[in-house]
Structures are given as C-alpha cells and as structure tokens.
Design a binder for this molecule. Structure first.
Ligand code: HEC
Length: 730
C-alpha cells in the first residue's frame, strides 16, 4: 500500500546521527514508504521521536511502537515526572526529538527536558507573561540547521533547540508578530494568540491563531512564513476580499468590519500531495449574525489549500451562517480507507455537533453521503438563519443529539425535580435551532462539543478512528441590549458578557462569576488579566483609559458610576474609520446571555450519563466498533457510580501495540490504556493533575515511553499545579 503519510514520522524512526540522510529524504520520494517499511524501521531502531504536534503532519496520532502492548501494558510504571512549579493550564502535546522533550509551562515558558529522566536542560522566558493555552511546538531541520518554533501570545518565536535562545536572523530578532499582515492599522490594540502550533511544509511554517469571539477581531487568514527569515510567503483570506471567491456570501462591506473565521485548532498536511487541510471557526459576533447575513464562506469551513501557494483547492462548509459558535474544533486526520472497492486517501473531520465527515483528500468528494437538511428560521429581528445545514448520513453521531424529558438526570430525586423544572422552560429541538429572545435553547452536545481540540487518532493499519467526546447539554439565548448605557456597562456587555453572562454570574466553574469572585483580586491584577487573558479568556488590549476605569467599576458593582461618560454610538470594529465599512447597527442590538452548562444543583450534568465517551469507528464502513464511557467523578465512583464518563479535553494516541492511550478526563487524574480492538480498559495510571492534553509516545535506548502534560485549570476546586508525567515498562 502506498501511503503518502508523513515524512516526519519516518524521520522520527532513526537516530539523530542520520539526520543528514533524512533531510534529503524528508523532501524526497520517501513519502511513498509503506506503513510496513516504517514499522520495520521502528523495530530496527532503538530510537523513535515524536517529531510534530500529534506525532506527525497527518494528524493521525498513530505510533508504530509496540514495545508496550496489550499483554504487558498492565506493568506500566511511572518513569519520571517534571513539576513546572506553576499553577494554570497545560494543554501541550510535547515534541520529542532525539533525547530531548520540548514543551511549555502554564505561563508559556518554553522548556527542554531530558526525555529519559525529566531533568530540565533549559527554559526560555519571552518576558511577556501569558496564560493562553499552548498546545504544541514545531521542529524544523534541514539536516544542518534546526529551529524550534514556539507560539507565545501573538508572537511566533524561532529558538535554537540546543540552547533555547532566539535565532536572530528570523523576523525581528528571532520572532514575528502574527498581528501583522492582516490589514490592521493598530496591531497593538488587537488580540491574537498562537494556541495551536504551526505545521511545516518544505521551508515554510503554516499558521493560524486564536481570535476574539466578539468584535473587534482580526481576520483569521491562514498564512505561510519562511522558516529561515520569517517572511510572509502566502496568505489565504478566510473572509474573502472583493473579487475573491466567496465574497458574495457576505454583505459587501462585511470583510472590513467582521473578523475571526480563524484556524485555532491546528491543521493536517498531506506531504506528498502538498495539500494543507485547515478547519476554521465562526466569524464574529458568534451568536448574532445580522451584520453578516449570508453563508459566510470560509467560516466553519474545512479548507484544502495548495501548501506551496495558499491557493484554494476545495472547501467544505460545515455550518452555513454559524450562529452557535460551532467552530470546527479539531485538527483533521488523514487516513486511507476502502471505499466502493478502492483504496482512497481521505481526510476525516470531526465537529462539536458530534458529526464526522470523510472526504476524498484530493477532490473533496464526500465518501459518505451528506444531506442538506432543513432547520427552523430565526425569530430574532434582523437575523436570518440558513434554511439548511449539512448532516452526514454515516457514521451516526458520536454524541447525543436531542435532549428529551426522559433523559433528565435521575441521580437523586431532588436533582431530577430541578432538572425537570428547568428543562420545561427551555426549547429543546436538536441541532441548529436558532437561539431566541427571552428563552434558553438547548445546545446538545454543548458549546464545547462533541469533539474538541485534542483531535482524533487513526490506526493507519486498519482505518479505525478513535474519538473522545463530551456529551452534555448547554443552553444559550439572546437578549436585547439596553439603550442609553454608560461606558462601563457597554464595554462589559459587548466584550465580557459572552462568557461571564449578561448578569455577571458566569457559568462556574468554566466561566467564573464576577459578582463575588473577583474580590480576591486587586484592581491591578484585574487589569493585568484583561490585558493578557488567561486560559479560555482572550486578552483585551483595546480596553484602556476611561473605558478601562468604567469597566472596572462596572464589574465590581454591576452599575456605571454616576459620572461615567455615555458610551459613544457602538461601532463594530476598528476598521470603520473607512466610511464604506460602517457596519449595520444590528450588531449591537442583541447579545448572547452567556454560555450555560445545564447542570443539576450539585454541579453534575442534568442529563443521564455518559457525560463523556471514547468511540471507535471503522472508517471503511462508517460502523462503530465500540463506544465506552470515558472518565469518572471520584466521589460518585466511591458511591458506586463509576462509569458516568466526564467532560474531557485532550486527544488519544493509538499504537501498533493495539493500545489507545488517553488522559483528557477533567476530574479523575488518570491516564488510561484501552484495547484498540475491543475498548476494554487494560491499564490506568495515576496522574498528579488532570491529563487535559494529548499524550506522546517515543523510544530512547530501546525503551518506549508515554508522556502526558497534566494540570487542573479546568477544575478550580482541586489543588492547582502542572507537571509532565512519563510512564514506561519496568
Ligand atoms: C471567551 C470567554 C471570556 C471572555 C470574553 C471574557 N472572559 Fe474573563 N474569564 C474567562 C475564563 C475562562 C476565566 C477563568 C480563567 C482561568 O482562571 O483560567 C476568566 C476570568 C476572569 C476574571 C478572574 C475571575 C476570578 O475570580 O479569578 C476576571 C476578573 C475576568 N475574567 C474579567 C473579564 C472581563 C472584564 C472581560 C471583558 C473585558 C472578560 N473577563 C471577558 C473567560 C472569558
């Protein structure tokens, strides 16, 4: 079987000493190495890297290593751990190159560890303390020179992998600012954060970034930069400019005042074909799209771009005119399947809705039928929902789709009564029901999926995909903005209410309440938080001066100070200085009421379990091989309710040892190994914190390791900290 899968994987499978030979290979014809050849290479060598985010550019999270396998996995023991000595979140899937592990700490310091012992070799502090997620790094080499690329806030740094020092010849003394090249006048007022790493193609690094969920937001264009100089090589406009394909699916001036439609979750790359697959998210504002009526291509789109030029080859829009924040949440996975009697190189893309789409990688033709199904119209003035949305017929969704009364929690009679009383006030009618005024609409699976940023793993030998999913309902709604507000309230309602709620009560623990909680923070700490962001909170460098003072007063009291200036008429964006770009004032009329998980009074999901699952789907047929609950709440398990599944973030890894390794669960601090063929749990290892990250596996001196980043940011009640933890056979 000819496999165009990643050259980097094979690059991983030999010793560092043969790097030069590999450099030739990595752009040469060896992309046609067969899976079997790769595996024997793995067997022949006592070294195997984890050279790229998710293991390789194809996003399959598959490792040919099989020293750890079904028969001995129960013997896995802690090999080493490295405590970052910092609180905060850690979502990093580290790289392992030779004997060195490259990762991040929660405050976005880059670290290099001895991958056999966990001993720290160096650390790089960019001097701009950040708390944004950093899911990985990118390692480039031509055999002579090597560069470690690290995204820190809006900067892409080029570091010397041996020392952690910036490489001065790249960009501006070792870094470029990704807020450039997007047509922005004042980049210092804009937010961008490189939460997922760039992907390599030849001598370019292709990047996306995280953008805000409300205006103002930068355009989420996809870009390629020269790995040596940091010069822009190409750009693809995800919000088309006049004359470009897709421009007519937006209002004429929207490209000036709207933003986002960004790739924040990472990409996959077919090295042999030179095609990069970049899934994008929604355009701003997320939940009310009256100033972007139309299908809004290329938001919520899987883009297949020529990796040499950025030219669009094909695209598939998963949500037309998104008004639910249904970003494509996961990097795609490349796979080869048998379809209508032929071997077809395909790309699989999962969604927050729990759908999986499978396309021919070259043509974009769906390999399972997709129906454009009708959905209800919006009742909110100015809004126009798309009359149809694409729904795949196969495979069946990997998360539940419709919340009904008989699915409400029965955990205790009190919890059930509460859930029933709440539920009867909601509208619950499945996918793609537009949010309405004065009533909450059930979004199930919730705003966090379904699938999430961890992505899926594909056993390239069998074409089976492993997907972890959240399976709990959230609700959302819209509310009319009040006219005549002061500056503090306006700023709060436009920039903060999305997450902290129109009433400042948030949706704890994910989105903290600002009614009482920030009392432990000084004004200076709150200002730092607003200007640098934290975890899921983006930063707001544009909020300063009088606006900042008024906002501070408002978040503390829920009122504008008496003398506060009135807000100027609301404007959609920084680009409106150009007269033709004035957005419609629709955008300001209605606001999202805030993300709300539908929980019972004790904080557990108000639906019957499973609340999180791990799924195995045969992509040759679209049939499920197995599905198991993933994770538990230790206190419920102690009461004899072990298999609830829980929310989980971070992806799986599948190995030739027929094992699926996954942490991801929020509450039980466990790394698990499942039999990839049956879903049977074969081993679980204790972690100091939640393994909210994707593991990596590698071999040094003939010993296979499995390592995962752990942290407790998603469970504020638990002890805080962050550590890397590695396991191996004794
Ligand atoms: C996209 C969602 C989002 C938006 C928009 C957002 N926040 Fe946050 N905010 C969060 C999250 C998540 C946290 C918790 C971060 C953590 O501790 O990891 C947080 C934390 C905070 C805290 C600290 C609360 C505590 O008890 O520690 C304050 C204060 C705060 N936000 C204020 C604001 C203000 C002011 C705005 C608007 C300018 C804003 N936030 C916009 C998501 C958001």
């Amino acid at each position: 079987m000819i496999s165009p899968r990643n050259n980097h994987r094979s690059l991983a499978l030999v010793t560092a000493a043969s790097a030069l030979l590999l450099a030739c290979l990595s752009f040469g014809p060896h992309a046609s190495l067969s899976v079997h050849a790769e595996q024997s290479a793995a067997l022949a060598s006592d070294q195997a890297d984890w050279p790229a985010y998710g293991g390789g550019p194809s996003g399959d999270r598959y490792s040919p290593l099989h020293q750890i396998n079904r028969s001995n996995v129960h013997q896995l023991k802690l090999a080493w751990s490295f405590d970052t000595a910092e609180p905060g979140g850690l979502q990093t899937n580290p790289l392992i190159i030779g004997r060195t592990l490259y990762g991040f700490t929660p405050t976005q310091k880059v670290i290099a560890l001895d991958a056999a012992t966990g001993k720290k070799l160096w650390s790089f502090d960019a001097g701009t303390p950040g708390f944004q997620p950093t899911r990985g790094l990118t390692y480039w080499t031509d055999g002579t020179h090597a560069t470690l690329f690290a995204g820190i806030l809006s900067y892409l740094y080029a570091l010397d992998p041996a020392t952690g020092k910036p490489i001065a010849s790249f960009g501006d003394n070792g870094r470029i600012d990704l807020r450039n090249d997007l047509g922005e006048r004042n980049i210092l007022q804009s937010f961008a954060a490189m939460t997922s790493p760039g992907i390599l193609y030849k001598d370019t690094i292709i990047v996306g970034f995280r953008a805000p969920e409300t205006k103002p937001a930068l355009h989420g264009d996809i870009r390629a930069y020269d790995v040596r100089t940091g010069k822009l090589r190409w750009i693809f406009h995800t919000i088309p400019h006049p004359g470009e394909e897709g421009y007519d699916t937006w209002p004429k001036a929207a490209w000036k005042y709207t933003g986002a439609a960004n790739n924040w979750t990472g990409m996959a790359l077919d090295t042999a074909r030179g095609i990069v697959y970049a899934p994008t998210g929604s355009a701003v504002d997320d939940f009310y799209g009256a100033d972007r009526i139309g299908n809004d291509r290329f938001a919520d789109t899987l883009l297949a771009l020529d990796a040499n030029t950025g030219k669009r080859l094909w695209d598939f829009q998963g949500v037309h005119h998104d008004i639910w924040d249904r970003d494509f949440p996961s990097p795609p996975s490349l796979v080869t399947v048998r379809s209508s009697g032929q071997q077809v190189d395909a790309v699989a893309q999962t969604t927050k809705q729990g759908f999986l789409y499978l396309f021919d990688r070259t043509t974009g033709k769906p390999l399972f039928p997709i129906d454009e199904k009708p959905f209800p119209p919006s009742t909110v003035p100015g809004e126009k929902a798309s009359p149809t949305q694409p729904v795949p017929r196969t495979p069946a969704p990997f998360a539940r789709q419709l919340l009904t009364e008989d699915m409400l929690t029965t955990r205790t009679p009190e919890a059930h009564a509460y859930a029933l009383q709440q539920f009867r006030t909601f509208r619950s009618a499945g996918q793609f029901v537009p949010l309405s005024l004065n009533q909450q609409t059930v979004v199930f699976p919730g705003f966090d999926g379904g699938a999430e940023w961890g992505g899926s793993a594909v056993d390239t030998r069998t074409g089976v995909i492993y997907i972890n999913a959240n399976d709990l309902p959230w609700t959302g709604g819209l509310t009319a903005s009040k006219p005549g507000r002061g500056l503090g309230e306006t700023t709060y309602q436009t920039q903060c209410a999305l997450c902290h709620g129109v009433d400042r009560k948030g949706s704890p623990p994910t989105f903290p309440s600002l009614v009482d909680d920030p009392k432990h923070l000084t004004d200076a700490q709150i200002i730092t938080l607003i200007h640098s962001g934290k975890g899921r909170m983006p930063s707001f460098p544009n909020i300063a001066d009088a606006r900042l003072i008024a906002l501070l007063a408002y978040i503390k009291t829920g009122q504008d100070p008496a003398a506060s200036p009135l807000a100027p008429p609301e404007r959609g964006s920084k680009r409106e200085a150009e007269p033709s770009a004035a957005p419609s004032d629709h955008a300001a009329k209605y606001r999202f009421t805030g993300y709300r998980k539908f929980l019972d009074p004790d904080g557990y999901p108000a639906v019957v379990p499973p609340w999180g699952t791990l799924n195995a789907i045969d992509l040759n047929t679209g049939e499920y091989l197995w599905k198991v609950p993933l994770g538990n709440y230790p206190e419920l398990a102690a009461q004899g309710v072990p298999d609830t599944g829980t929310e989980n973030y971070g992806g799986p890894v599948v190995t030739a040892g027929d094992l699926v390794f996954i942490g991801a669960t929020n509450f039980d601090h466990t790394l698990r190994a499942f039999d990839s063929r049956t879903g049977k749990l074969l081993w679980q290892g204790d972690l100091p914190y939640a393994g909210n990250a994707t593991p990596a596996t590698y071999m040094i001196d003939g010993k296979q390791y499995i390592v995962i980043a752990t942290s407790n940011a998603r469970n504020p009640k638990a002890p805080q900290g962050a550590a890397y933890v590695a396991f191996a056979l004794p």
